[in-house]
Each structure stands twice: as C-alpha cells, then as structure tokens.
Design a protein around this ligand. Structure first.
Ligand SMILES: [Fe+2]
Ligand SMILES: [Fe+2]
Length: 367
C-alpha cells in the first residue's frame, strides 16, 4: 500500500554533473526522510547504477558532458522495457521545446532550477505514487497470467487423462493390456514426427490414437472374449467396432475428437483396399489412420496374447515387410523401418508385466 511514510523507502537515483545540484537535492530528500538515495555526477555511470539498483525514480539533468540527459534516457528505456520508467528531468531551461523533447524521450515530469523545496517534495511524491500504482498493476497482471496458465495446464491434463481412461476402458474389455494404448500411441506419434508432421499434429495423434478401439465397448462379451477363433458371422460383428467407435466420437467439436473419430473409423483399412469398414485404398485412407495401423500392428505382434506368444524383433520386422503394400503404406513403412531401433526401445520401456503396478499417466510429446 502506498500509505503513511512507506514511500520514503523508495529508491531514488540522482544524475547531475553539478555537485551543487546533487548536494542540494540529496539534502532536500534526506530532510524529507528518504532513506535510499544514490547519486552520480558521471552520466556514463547512470545506466550501470540503474541496472544494479533498479531505482523507483531517476532525477536526471539534461545538460551534462559525455552523455546528455536525452542519451541517458535512451539507455534507461532500453533497460526498462518491461516496466514503467520513472524519470524526472532537472533543467534550467523552461522553454517549450526542451520540455516537449524531454517528454518525447520518456520523461514524466520536470523540476525547474533553481529548486523550490516544497515543489520538489510534492512532485517526487506524486511520481513515486504513479510508479507504485504501475508496479501494482504489473504485479496483478503477472498473477493473473500465472493463474490462467495454471488453469490451462490443469484443463489440458484433465482432457488427456479422460482420453486415456476412455481408451483403456475399451482395452480392458478386450484381452489387451492398458499399456497397449500407451505404447501404440507413442509409436504413432514418433512415426508422425519422422515423416515431418509438426509438433501439434504429432501431439494430436499421440492423444487421439488411444481411442482407436473405443468401439469394442459395443461388442458383446461372447464375441470379444471368445477364447477360440471367431466364425464368419462373429467376425462381421467384431469388425463393427470401428464404426461403433466412430459413432461414439461423432459430432465432437474439438479437433482431437474429430481426429480420434477418423482413427477409430479407419484404423483397419488396408493399403490395397481390402480392409474395413469402407474398403478405402491407398492414400484415400486418412494419413493418421495409416500411421496408427502400423503402430497398432507392431505392438500387437510384439506383445503376448492369450492366443499367441510375443514375436521377436526380427520376425515382426519380416512380417511387417511382407504385408507392406498389402496392409501398409510403403512410404510410411520406409520411415518406420528407419526408426525401428527407437520404436523397440519404446516397446521395451513399457512391458506388459508392469500392468498391475502401473497407472500410465497421460502423456505429452516430451514424456
Ligand atoms: Fe481395432
Ligand atoms: Fe489396438
């Protein structure tokens, strides 16, 4: 609060080449009760002192050797770009032109020599009050920005977490583990990055891909959990999980939900057009779905399932090579093969055995 005598704690810097003026101003300020006064008669020192002690007010002479008051103001403005610079010009020139020039250079007020004690004190107090109010407004703005930033992060975290819970809800009904969605989403994002998608697109793929099998929620247990092979009719029902997922995610307004819908719908489309549900061919299959289908298949092959052991790195690579051009976009597979050692590391960092103790946190690209 700018009340009582607190303003007397303000820091004041005097820059004037005349020792008479400096002494006079110092004694006026000391008599008034100011405790933190610094002064220099060498204008070349002004910027350095200002930087070190950040005064609340600068009393600045205009006519000085080396650097005049205008040049000093230029330097101070350069230093104090963020905050309000409080400069009171000391001048014997009471002419209009000098005043305009000083105001233009950043001065807020003038003290005309010879000094009037009462006027000096009143004007300095007024300047300090303005500086105090400006500091207060700046602080409030910073606090508000901090709060907005924190709330935004909180919202992003909540959104990511909800997405992961949703993705895992679908996986838990199946015999896959919760970590499948974490691994395949990271692999998808890494592949997206490799082919040059920007950070935002990679992050969207990272967060949308866990929902690829959301539609399994709508598949009856008798089919989804059947230990043996599915018959033709059951298989047709199983295949509807991609359209069910897309329906659940339809009419989403956020780009993340829109992308999740596309991925859910198209992640079983195949490059040669033999996939489902729409038999899309080649690059008519949306790129994110082409990416996800590679990551999904890689993780499925290299993971243990009730009906199969985990495949080795080499067998997986061979099999994926074999079905490139049938199932997968050959250009994407080219990029995928380049980063295979890295992909294998993602896989190894999140083994399924950890399922019971792990509770994978929502991710961002840095995680
Ligand atoms: Fe699927
Ligand atoms: Fe999957």
């Amino acid at each position: 609060m700018f009340s009582g005598d607190e303003y007397l704690n303000s820091k004041i810097l005097i820059v004037d080449d005349s020792d008479n003026n400096v002494n006079l101003l110092e004694s006026i300020l000391l008599d008034a009760g100011y405790k933190h006064i610094q002064s220099t008669m060498d204008s070349r020192e002004a910027a350095k002192i200002f930087k070190e002690s950040k005064p609340d007010l600068v009393l600045l002479d205009l006519n000085m050797p080396h650097l005049n008051g205008f040049q000093v103001m230029e330097q101070l403005n350069e230093i104090e770009q963020e905050s309000y610079l409080s400069v009171m010009v000391l001048t014997a020139q009471n002419d209009h032109e000098t005043k305009i020039k000083a105001l233009d250079a950043g001065a807020q007020d003038f003290l005309i020599k010879p000094f009037d004690f009462i006027e000096v004190n009143l004007r300095i107090k007024k300047m300090l009050k303005i500086k105090f109010l400006s500091n207060q407004a700046k602080q409030q703005n910073e606090n508000l920005e901090k709060i907005v930033h924190e709330r935004t992060l909180e919202l992003q975290e909540t959104r990511r977490e909800t997405i992961y819970r949703l993705g895992r809800a679908a996986e838990f009904r199946d015999n896959e583990t919760g970590l499948h969605v974490v691994r395949m989403s990271r692999i998808s994002a890494r592949l997206a990055q490799e082919i040059g998608l920007d950070k935002k697109e990679c992050e969207l793929i990272l967060n949308a891909s866990p929902m690829h099998d959301l539609g399994k929620i709508g598949i009856p247990d008798s089919i989804l959990l059947k230990p043996g092979k599915l018959d033709a009719e059951e298989w047709e029902i199983m295949k509807t999980h991609s359209s069910i997922g897309a329906q659940i995610l339809s009419r989403g307004r956020h780009e993340l939900t829109k992308l999740a819908k596309v991925i859910a719908l198209c992640h079983h489309e195949k490059w040669d057009g033999s996939g489902y549900p729409n038999g899309l061919k080649g690059d008519r299959i949306p790129l994110p779905a082409r990416i996800v289908s590679i990551a999904d298949c890689f993780d499925a092959l290299t993971s243990t399932r009730p009906y199969k052991p985990a495949w080795s790195f080499k067998d997986t690579a061979d099999e994926m090579d074999r079905i490139t051009g049938l199932n997968f976009d050959p250009d994407l597979m080219e990029a995928f093969k380049k980063i295979l050692p890295e992909i294998w590391k993602i896989k190894e960092a999140l083994p399924d055995e950890e399922r019971r103790i792990s509770n994978p946190a929502p991710q961002n690209l840095e995680s």
